[in-house]
Ligand binder design. Structure first.
Ligand SMILES: Nc1ncnc2c1ncn2[C@@H]1O[C@H](COP(=O)(O)OP(=O)(O)OP(=O)(O)O)[C@@H](O)[C@H]1O
Length: 368
């Protein structure tokens, strides 16, 4: 197996007629990275993946794999391989011939290509079903065959378009673990398109959150979850409250922020962020739903009192939805034991609290 190579997108744009699907995307994915392209339907993630694979032409910009500009190379000459969402197996070929297919196209003799196909099938634990046809395999098994077929060309980068979307929830988690294990074992980059933030967080070394054809944020799952760059990222990753208000005062290291209802609280900003702000300017902040204290424990009161709108039991946590003056929707996750020690009911008015360190300032979205 090859060792893998960095893949780099340099100001890549894709237009379909007047429609802009991908807008000046620049991104470097180091060799050996598990990278997820994450975003809602239509954000341009599949188009980005297909341009890396060579299945879609690039309107402007370049893609590099290692030292080579691959922008105008056909898919088979790039050092990438793609696994399609539908698996795209040939129904009339058995497993081993499906996997060996691209080697057949390259003119490799039958014995060698079948031997290599068996090696790939062992890698994905499918060698015992080598003689079955796709219709005789389960969805999960077909997916492994598709994986073996993509890996037979020894790619430096494997591109996966929503690889888990056809699997049931239990199989999804099992196959997800297997994909990660395989990527570590092979040492090449896997670039995986998904609209599931849970999947992206579980798998990635690098999460790339896309919106409206642009990258909103690229970072490790912890960076993206704990320090979402924009309101879009905070909402898309979930478990965050986004609150809109205005800046009322700017200190050397923090900012005072007021919501339309009149409550105000401080947020750590740092000199770099504070320099871009001025009193009166609109600002959005994020507070994690598990960092908020409700009720009697609210010693560090932030001045907001929430009215309980809804209560959902989630097992380890109870999710409480509230509304407060100037804040239409606010969610708090309370650990199960804490909630039932002092249960709340719909209609209760409860003080909310968090520490200034738990307030995170958001920037304007690049797609805005
Ligand atoms: N062949 C095409 N012709 C015209 N427009 C296209 C074509 N393919 C994609 N688009 C448009 O480009 C934008 C990005 O599409 P893309 O498939 O990359 O999004 P996506 O994030 O992968 O969405 P999904 O999760 O639904 O697959 C969308 O607005 C889509 O309608």
């Amino acid at each position: 197996m090859s060792k893998g190579a960095d893949i780099e997108l340099i100001d890549v744009t894709k237009r379909y007629g007047a429609a802009l699907a991908v807008d000046r995307v620049s991104l470097k994915i180091p060799a050996g990275t598990y990278c997820c392209l994450l975003g809602p339907s239509g954000c341009g993630k599949t188009t980005t993946l297909r341009m890396m694979a060579g299945h879609e032409s690039i309107t402007e910009g370049d893609i590099r794999l290692g030292p080579t500009v691959v922008t105008d190379l056909p898919p088979a000459k790039r050092g990438t391989a793609m696994m399609f969402q539908s698996y795209a197996l040939f129904p009339h070929l058995d497993t081993v011939d499906n996997v060996a297919f691209s080697l057949k196209m390259k003119g490799v003799d039958k014995a060698s290509r079948r031997a290599k196909a068996m090696e790939m099938l062992k890698l994905v634990q499918m060698d015992h079903l080598a003689e079955r046809r796709p219709a005789q395999l389960s969805g999960g098994q077909q997916q492994r065959v598709a994986l073996a077929r993509a890996l037979i060309t020894d790619p430096q980068v494997l591109l996966l378009d929503e690889p888990l979307s056809a699997l049931d929830p239990f199989l999804k988690i099992k196959v997800r673990q297997e994909l990660k294990k395989l990527q570590l074992q092979l040492g090449i980059s896997f670039i995986h398109v998904t609209h599931s933030q849970e999947e992206a967080m579980a798998l990635s070394d690098l999460v790339v959150v896309m919106n409206g054809g642009r990258i909103e944020q690229a970072g490790t799952p912890r960076e993206v979850f704990n320090r979402p760059a924009t309101a879009f990222v905070a909402r898309f990753m979930g478990d965050h409250n986004v609150i809109a208000g205005r800046v009322t005062a700017i200190g050397a290291e923090d900012v005072t922020f007021e919501v339309p209802g009149g409550a105000s609280f401080r947020a750590p900003a740092g000199p770099e962020l504070a320099a871009g702000l001025e009193p009166g300017a609109p600002l959005e902040i994020a507070v994690r739903t598990d960092r908020v204290t409700l009720g009697a424990g609210a010693m560090l009161g932030c001045g907001l009192t929430g009215l309980v709108q809804n209560i959902e039991y989630h097992g380890q946590k109870v999710q409480v939805a509230l509304a407060a003056p100037g804040v239409a929707e606010f969610a708090v996750q309370v650990p199960e034991t804490a909630f039932f020690a002092a249960p709340l009911n719909v209609g209760d008015a409860v003080p909310l609290a968090w520490t200034p360190q738990d307030v995170h300032i958001l920037k304007a979205s690049p797609a805005a």
